[in-house]
Ligand binder design. Sequence first.
Ligand SMILES: Cc1cc2nc3c(=O)[nH]c(=O)nc-3n(C[C@H](O)[C@H](O)[C@H](O)COP(=O)(O)OP(=O)(O)OC[C@H]3O[C@@H](n4cnc5c(N)ncnc54)[C@H](O)[C@@H]3O)c2cc1C
Length: 385
Amino acid sequence: MSHRIAVVGAGPAGLTFARVMHRHDRPVTILERDPSRDARPPGGTLDLHEGMGQLALRKAGLLADFLPLSRPEGQAMRILDVDGTVLRDWPADPDEQANPEIDRGQLRDLLLGSMDVRWGQGVTEVVPGTGDGVLVRFADGRQETFDLVVGADGAWSRVRPALSPVTPHYTGITYVETSLDDVDHRHPELARLIGDGSVAVYGPDRALVAQRNSGGHVKVYAQFRAPLDWQADLDPADADAVRSSLLALFDGWTAPVLELLSHGTAFVRRPLHVLPVSHTWAHVPGVTLLGDAAHLMPPLGVGANLAMLEGAELAEAVAAAGDLDEAVRAFEEQMWARAGRWAKMTAAWLERLVSPDPAAALAVFDDVHPGPSVTTAPGGADRAG
Ligand SMILES: Cc1cc2nc3c(=O)[nH]c(=O)nc-3n(C[C@H](O)[C@H](O)[C@H](O)COP(=O)(O)OP(=O)(O)OC[C@H]3O[C@@H](n4cnc5c(N)ncnc54)[C@H](O)[C@@H]3O)c2cc1C
């Protein structure tokens, strides 16, 4: 019997789910609120882990197309202190495929391929157990019924309330994002500072992280502890005012590092919200969640990877299922166990990365980084700038 299946959200989770379903000749209706694929800038770079995002791409039959787009050199990482002293420098091995980077827009295009997405379909509510299946209500007043609705609609999911009353809470840490274009030609000193991958500078209760994307584009994240309404009275479009506030916040840091902020021309405030660690719900037939909708956690290199892996695993389970509901129930148990472990770990990392003691941030990298740093002692370290 062919089930009527919808996925809400065309992010990494929803698109991977749909793509793997299509590979198994199972139709899925993809409902996306954005009016078109280019309605919003796609965002920064993502590293896809071998056993997570890359495994999901393998299940989707897309790994071979991913590899030429990926940037193994983007795994390079350099850590400085606020004076510009290089504390750690991990160059990338170009043959190492553990966590290569890809621009989010390239990944989205790869996953989209020629799949049909119903753009401009903002879902407002999902009502299970109507007799004829699960009712989906849309912002324009229409409604439609499905046998299975997969909520892959991100942090502020409109599907989640059908399963759980829980909403994300603020972590106490805010990111402000800016970017630099054509960095190799316009800002060659900064290009050298950033290298092929990322540079991170840790001070008390704040950090500056710059990540290279493809085409000389760099995303810069100022990260700091602040109340949720930090500078709420500032017009976000007033780049000069936001830049001045940030430069005041990072006052005293070495000039070459502050240039990461002073060259930014537009700033986006991203207060970090998370769902409680180990968020679960009582299983409801016909509705489930994937990715950030199920387990929003700090943005520390895992969320998109988990979202994609879950999308692929749920699709495989549904495609092989004798009993659709049993397959979804078993998938949820597996997702909760794994996501709970990552949520706990990333919550602890976030506390250490933006902490009163910058040595705690350095220790996170020493714990997780597989290879030796080329400069391991601050005494013998290079300086930036
Ligand atoms: C600054 C930053 C850096 C990050 N870096 C990394 C990284 O390096 N590696 C990593 O693995 N993760 C990273 N993450 C986390 C990652 O972005 C998310 O975990 C991932 O995007 C989650 O995918 P998703 O498909 O669940 O949700 P989303 O990517 O949020 O996609 C949800 C989709 O649903 C749509 N939607 C929302 N509401 C509705 C609605 N009501 N109706 C219809 N459609 C709707 C949205 O428009 C969107 O297209 C980062 C996050 C941030 C903020």
